[in-house]
Design a protein. Structure first.
Length: 140
């Protein structure tokens, strides 16, 4: 491989350096349940004594999202929210009040999305689905 080809290959698959700060973000995401904004995660990291800047939190979340290691949820009228989830495809049932989140499977949704794609001549169809409601605790 010539030098130019080597650099092109490196650009396609950048080397991901693990740092103490990135490890702290990963550990926090593994320890908490639910979706949180970058700012909320930053505050939690600071409360744990981690010396992690907000910019590092944003960069780490972006990298983790690009590599599908975390789920990203766009909430209307709110900041983007992040959560470390299971590796299989799933959807989320999210409490509007407290943010409690449950992973749910939706085989009927999967079939519907594939069928809609086929009907319109699309291939390699993907989708996201978030279901919002009020959990039992918050309903009391």
């Amino acid at each position: 491989m010539n030098d130019q080809a080597h650099h092109a290959a490196a650009d396609e698959h950048p080397v991901r350096r693990n740092t103490k700060q990135r490890d702290a973000v990963m550990t926090l995401l593994s320890d908490v349940d639910g979706f949180y904004s970058a700012q909320e995660l930053h505050v939690m990291l600071r409360e744990r004594g981690a010396n992690v800047g907000l910019t590092t939190v944003y960069r780490t979340l972006q990298l983790l999202a690009e590599t599908n290691e975390i789920d990203v949820m766009q909430v209307p009228g709110s900041d983007t929210r992040y959560r470390r989830c299971s590796g299989r495809h799933h959807h989320h049932l999210v409490c509007r009040s407290c943010g409690r989140t449950v992973e749910v499977l939706g085989p009927a949704v999967e079939r519907w999305a594939d069928r809609v794609g086929e009907e319109h001549g699309f291939t390699d169809v993907s989708h996201t689905l978030e279901i919002f409601g009020t959990c039992g605790r918050c309903s009391r």
